[in-house]
Design a binder for this molecule. Structure first.
Ligand SMILES: [Zn+2]
Length: 437
């Protein structure tokens, strides 16, 4: 018998790898934070002696969700300004509030609040874009989450940096500090083509090439962005990026609700990653990304919630359901964005976009034990004909019972193990008082 750290038995194990197997009465064998085997429970009991053994008798165990686009600290602005168009919302509400309040402390508190929400909803990894990167990194390390932190570049002075040079200097400093960290990975995050000049985007590209970093960017998010781009450059944002060779598998284009045939030609030839944020796009009436069309062209599409000020939650179950429904309406085809496709968008496709699919995003021997247990033995999710259908179309996030990142348990029977929920609520209420005044 081999000695290992953990043996987790489950009624179903959903792997989310290429074959996307749904295995019944199997066990996940974990040692030193990694999956060593996925085998039938009976066999596992013969093969392994585990320090910790647990039975998830009515649960599905699957990879943790990867929320591929967030602005975590904005959890503290949740509900501050709703029911507005993107540019009105940004210019008249969000940017002024950020200008006044965003600092290291707000980012730390807001990010922790968001991480607690994400862990309770089964998310194990996120891809963030914000300011005061060190605060987000500190929060992720405390929470125990896998974090991709975007080093923002924007030609607008903020409390984080006054000039574009300062954004670059801070990005390099952050990169040097975290380049070899186990949980925190730096990425580049030029905000958009309407807030960063083409010269500075070329600098971003140079840096990305030099350090081999992914580039996150809001891209063709709303009609107003397109109008601005035509008025100023007589070109579409994607075409401008293509001219400087920035559209490639290293690019993570976020939103992409505005797509024409010329765009599709560029995308098919260059294969960037796209992050679909359907709820934010619907709430701001930005438009709908033609996801099925992109997938049919072989383009990797991941799923993100966007910030809590434009969603207003970080619920990947809700996001999957919305992506499926909106995807069907957009394609005018009920077969578009089926349950399995959407589940992959929320897991392995996110890992591919972040270039960590060798490490996480599916349950396979050799990968990190980043997984969640979902109890399907609730009135709301019975009977279970197909676990994937149930998870995508009927399960609320409150049915996530347990969450692990690299084998470390972050949620145990719905209780947070690394964070204090009461303390986070008290801090959120304090911020509300300050921001409201
Ligand atoms: Zn965003």
């Amino acid at each position: 018998m081999k000695k290992i750290d953990q043996l987790l038995h489950a009624q179903w194990i959903i792997t989310c790898e290429n074959k996307n197997r749904v295995l019944e009465n199997h066990a996940l064998a974990i040692h030193a934070g990694k999956i060593v085997a996925i085998i039938p429970s009976d066999q596992a009991k013969q093969d392994y002696e585990a320090t910790h053994e647990a039975h998830y008798k009515t649960h599905a165990i699957m990879p943790g969700f990867i929320n591929s686009h967030t602005h975590l600290a904005m959890n503290l602005f949740r509900g501050l300004a709703d029911d507005l168009e993107l540019m009105d919302w940004l210019n008249n509400y969000i940017w002024p509030a950020e200008g006044k309040w965003v600092d290291h402390e707000l980012v730390y508190d807001g990010s922790l609040l968001a991480m607690a929400e994400m862990i309770r909803g089964g998310t194990t990894c996120f891809n963030d874009m914000y300011f005061f990167l060190g605060a987000t990194a500190d929060a992720a390390i405390k929470a125990g989450m896998r974090a991709h932190i975007g080093m923002t570049v924007i030609d607008v002075p903020t409390a984080w940096a006054k000039t574009t040079d300062e954004y670059f200097a801070k990005a390099i400093e952050f990169y040097e500090q975290y380049k070899n960290h186990e949980l925190v990975t730096p990425t580049l995050a030029p905000h958009s083509t309407y807030t960063v000049s083409i010269e500075n985007l070329e600098r971003v590209k140079k840096l990305a090439d030099q350090y081999k970093l992914q580039i996150n960017m809001h891209l063709q998010e709303a009609p107003s962005e397109m109008e601005q781009s035509y008025a100023n450059y007589n070109k579409r944002p994607l075409a401008r990026l293509h001219e400087i060779n920035m559209v490639s598998p290293s690019l993570i284009g976020i939103h992409l609700t505005q797509v024409n045939d010329a765009d599709l030609e560029i995308l098919a030839a260059t294969k960037p990653n796209i992050v679909h944020c359907p709820e934010s796009n619907m709430k701001l009436v930005s438009g709908a990304c033609p996801v099925q069309k992109l997938l049919d062209l072989g383009i990797n599409v991941a799923l993100g919630t966007d910030g809590a000020a434009s969603n207003n939650d970080l619920d990947m179950f809700g996001e999957m359901r919305t992506a499926a429904f909106l995807g069907k309406v957009t394609a005018n085809d009920p077969k578009a964005l089926n349950a399995e496709t959407v589940l992959k968008m929320a897991t392995i496709n996110g890992a591919k976009a972040l270039k960590i699919d060798h490490l996480t995003g599916s349950l396979e021997a050799g990968k990190s034990a980043d997984c969640i247990a979902i109890d399907l033995n609730h009135l709301e999710t019975q009977p279970v004909y197909h676990p994937i259908s149930q998870i995508v179309y009927a399960t609320p996030r409150s049915q996530v019972t347990d969450v692990w990142v690299a084998g470390k348990q972050l949620l145990k029977n719905r209780e947070l193990t690394t964070l204090d929920a009461n303390e986070l609520i008290a801090k959120a209420q304090n911020w509300r008082k300050k921001i409201k005044s």
